[in-house]
Design a protein around this ligand. Sequence first.
Ligand SMILES: Nc1ncnc2c1ncn2[C@@H]1O[C@H](COP(=O)(O)OP(=O)(O)OP(=O)(O)O)[C@@H](O)[C@H]1O
Ligand SMILES: [Mg+2]
Length: 510
Amino acid sequence: MRIQSIKFKITILYTIALGTLLVAYSSYLYLTLSKGLGEDLDIELKGKTRQIKYFIEEFNRQTFQAGENVDKNLDDVIDMTINLNKYRSKGEIFLETGNDWLKSFDYLDLSEDFIYFLNVDSQVPAFTKNVNGEIKILFLNTVDKKNAAQTLLKNIRINNEYFRMIQEPFYFNGKMKFIILIATSQKTLLTVLKERRDVLFFSIPIVLVLAILISKYFSDRLVKPIVEVASVAEQVTHKDLSQRIKTRYNDEEIKIMVGAFNKMIDRLQKAFGHIAEFNSHVAHELKTPIAIINGECEVALRKEQSNSEYKETLQAVFEESQKMLKITEDLLLLAKADYVPENFVFQEFDLKEFFDEICEKERKISLEKEIDIKLKFLTKTKVLKGDALHLRRLFLNIINNSIKFTRKGGVIDISVKADHNNLIVEIADTGIGISAGDIDKIFDQFYQKVPTDLPARGIGLGLSIAQALAKVHNGKIKVQSIVDRGTTFTVTLPIISSSTRTQEAIYAAS
Ligand SMILES: Nc1ncnc2c1ncn2[C@@H]1O[C@H](COP(=O)(O)OP(=O)(O)OP(=O)(O)O)[C@@H](O)[C@H]1O
Ligand SMILES: [Mg+2]
């Protein structure tokens, strides 16, 4: 897998995204757990102090008579409370007394806790449990005397072990007698947290490795079609355009890509076929006049000829070379309209003048066949923006056809109309018409069908040129025909409205 490959990027991005999410989520879980356990420990500590206080007060009330030395008794009760197990094992406290309050205290386990009662009056430790030597000094230093009236919670370290400590005042007969300090080990809490940490520490890398493998699997699947498209594209040449992507993919986008690729090759194949056919047509069309020129010259050179014979030969050569000139001109114009329409010059021109001139020229040609060309100019639109030279060629090609395919004495009606958006020019002849089977082919390049009784001039490019020129002007050509009755060509060209023109002028100026 290369660093620049999509596969690598998908794998890395997916792994980074998953890794970040995992670390964030695990940290959140760990912090929530740690907070929860810490809060539980605090609740436990508060419960312990509450129960100790309750026990002392209740024990004192139930065990000693009123009027006895209260403080002395209190000392005894506190001592018994915090060392309950000791007294219990000696048999000095009898749980079978049946007192529920005493039974409930039976569950309180203080054996592991550090307990410290600081006498508020004497400022010395009154009662302690598990607290001696250095620990005693530590407790004495830890106690917050300024905030003695409050319940405080803090973390302390005893012998390299972490403890949670609670500080709470103890009132007796309305007076603060002691500050109680209880420290309980955080060992269980820290062990649980450590276990969780270890689980996360080892599981995250495993999950990430799995993520890499899974994302690699999916990225392989994802880029497979791209690789296939590339390999098929490599095999496609102008000689072999038969290659297609055959694998069926279910993913919507891939289906679209593969479909588009296959369709593109279909179009290429058609285009190449068209070029090959076009080339053979061109070669064929040029071959005939060249063969005639060749034959004429060969005959003329074989033996001495009379002047009039040479003239005939030259005439034939001239006619054939004119044909070749027309073919090459037509081909060049077709190529220009299809591939370099930006070379067209769009300018406004006078419509009436334009059509008058065309009809005048065509009437000269139709004179011989006694065909009447009528022009009806039925629009107020005076100007059109377009390439007049090429539009002239478009209409000449259509009208020339009408003359060519109409028998002697026929009529050609040309009407120039316009609606809001378009100039509509109809050229209707009373000619031989076009059969329904042929009408779809007449705009194909080199398509030609000329009845035997009409002179077969041209090569079948006239209408394809006309259509290409109409397209350059965003226009279109439609045809309707009835055999032996006549044909009507309708040319529609968009008129660039004055508002559009103003718009163009604004754009041009900006
Ligand atoms: N007005 C028409 N009436 C009857 N048939 C027509 C008419 N115009 C075109 N066609 C048919 O369409 C075919 C193609 O026309 P197109 O102008 O492309 O070629 P062409 O006139 O035969 O040759 P070229 O225009 O190259 O001199 C013609 O050969 C003819 O069969
Ligand atoms: Mg023609």
